[in-house]
Design a protein around this ligand. Structure first.
Ligand code: HEC
Length: 168
């Protein structure tokens, strides 16, 4: 019986396992804060990408469904100018979505939600409000947005000139 020798082996392997465990624990201790620092940035980036792609979808929907009345770039036409700093500051996304969904009774503004016999899903309406919101930073000042296009943009033939005149 050579207990002594076996104890030596056992002790060596126990020490090895403990050292390994310690290294692993230190690695976790270091990695978790790193994860906590990097993860919000990743999520923020993913969110920005998502918003950009939703806005892009909204822009396409805008061209088909809204541009004829509100102008190709939203500067207004027979309908209000929605690409207006004042409008976008005054209206929340929820308000915009609600108006688009149910329409404005007694006006040319129809109900676009499929729930109200319109053509669009609520996801598409969300895309449209995301598109309009994406215009806010660069939106020209137009406090009379309900009057449609501002004077210089309405000049004669409408939307194309409006887009070109997009100064401040
Ligand atoms: C046939 C013309 C027409 C089309 C197409 C149209 N609108 Fe309108 N829209 C109007 C008119 C007119 C008003 C003003 C209604 C009122 O208040 O009398 C209006 C009002 C609005 C308002 C409220 C603006 C405010 O000043 O409060 C929003 C938001 C809006 N439209 C979004 C859209 C979106 C998004 C689309 C495309 C899905 C769209 N509209 C398509 C004519 C139109």
């Amino acid at each position: 019986m050579r207990y002594g020798a076996e104890d030596d082996d056992l002790e060596r392997s126990t020490t090895n396992v403990m050292a390994f465990g310690l290294v692993l624990m230190l690695a976790f201790i270091l990695v978790f804060p790193l994860y906590r620092i990097l993860e919000p940035a990743n999520r923020e980036e993913a969110r920005a990408t998502q918003v950009a792609s939703l806005a892009h979808e909204g822009e396409n929907l805008w061209g088909f469904n809204c541009a004829s009345c509100h102008g190709e770039t939203g500067l207004g036409g027979i309908g209000p100018a929605l690409n207006s700093k004042e409008f976008l500051q005054a209206a929340s996304d929820e308000q915009i979505e609600l108006i688009v969904a149910v329409g404005v009774p007694g006006s040319a503004m129809g109900a676009y939600s499929q729930d109200f016999a319109g053509p669009l899903t609520s996801a598409q309406i969300r895309a449209l409000s995301t598109y309009l919101r994406s215009l806010e930073d660069e939106a020209p000042s137009n406090p009379n947005w309900r009057a449609g296009a501002p004077a210089e943009a309405t000049a004669d033939s409408g939307d194309d000139t409006a887009a070109a005149d997009d100064s401040e």
